[in-house]
Write a protein that binds this ligand. Structure first.
Ligand SMILES: *[C@@H]1O[C@H](CO)[C@@H](O)[C@H](O)[C@H]1NC(C)=O
Ligand SMILES: *[C@@H]1O[C@H](CO)[C@@H](O)[C@H](O)[C@H]1NC(C)=O
Length: 240
């Protein structure tokens, strides 16, 4: 609060870089919204310098996205971005890539879906590309990534299931899409829906269960369709 209010904020806003977006926090859900209330108590008005709220995903399994909804209600108009995610940081995880891990892909798909059902506007992953060890990393903090390069032969890349999980959102839900209400009447299949800038609807579906499901997709305006969703799979349906 002190740094942003007394130094960084006024300096940036008075400079030729005034349009740079400033994000606050850059830490876990559990620090939301208390962190921003503290900032506000320390320097009244400091939150006006913030364009957005930055949140990391590491303890999302223990702290619900409602913390982010609460913060977004408290600070309307701020952009909410996940600004760091990766798998392999926890003691019980493989510290580095697991080539072809659909389980890890599902962790991403599920996280995107849950984040976007709440107040998140977007997502920045920590690493787009890493080597087979999950580096290079000077702190020896080796993790997984959507794309792994073979740094030995320098001739191969491996597109991980994480890459495809990401694609369901980055490819089919383009910038400028708006989330629309999707009521889910089944406990086993999760969904999030968007109206895209081209007026088409994109519905991302995730079946993390172990049995296939017939999903009845009802669009109150555009009609209905039944789609079979295999066990442990994710899908995007784009329609006019
Ligand atoms: C900031 O503090 C003021 C004064 O106490 C209060 O009116 C306002 O609601 C606070 N805003 C937030 C976002 O906490
Ligand atoms: C990377 O390339 C080396 C040398 O060709 C090869 O021995 C190794 O198996 C490759 N790694 C993977 C994950 O395929």
């Amino acid at each position: 609060a002190v740094w942003l209010n007394d130094f960084l904020g006024p300096t940036i806003r008075k400079s030729k870089f005034k349009d740079i977006l400033i994000f606050g926090n850059d830490d876990q859900r559990y620090s939301f919204p208390a962190w921003f209330k503290d900032m506000n108590r320390t320097r009244l008005g400091v939150l006006d310098y913030l364009d957005g709220l930055a949140v990391h995903w590491y303890w999302d399994e223990m702290f619900a996205p409602t913390l982010i909804d609460l913060t977004a209600q408290l600070l309307p108009g701020k952009i909410v971005l996940n600004t760091e995610s990766c798998i392999g940081d926890k003691p019980w995880q493989t510290h580095g890539p697991e080539l072809g891990s659909w389980e890890r892909g599902e962790m991403y798909a599920s996280s995107f879906l849950h984040n976007l059902q709440h107040s998140y506007n977007g997502w920045i992953d920590w690493n787009i590309v890493l080597d087979e060890q999950g580096g290079p990393n000077y702190a020896e903090n080796y993790v997984d990534a959507p794309v792994i390069v073979n740094a030995t032969n320098r001739a191969e890349i491996y597109k991980q299931p994480i890459f495809y999980a990401m694609g369901h959102f980055s490819k089919f839900v383009p910038e400028g899409s708006v989330r629309i209400d999707a009521k889910i009447l089944s406990a086993s299949v999760e969904a999030v829906a968007f109206k895209r800038p081209d007026e088409r609807i994109a519905v991302v579906l995730l079946n993390s269960g172990r049995i296939p499901m017939d999903v009845l997709l009802i669009d109150s305006v555009r009609g209905e369709i039944v789609i079979n969703i295999p066990a442990q799979s994710w899908h995007t349906i784009v329609y006019n």
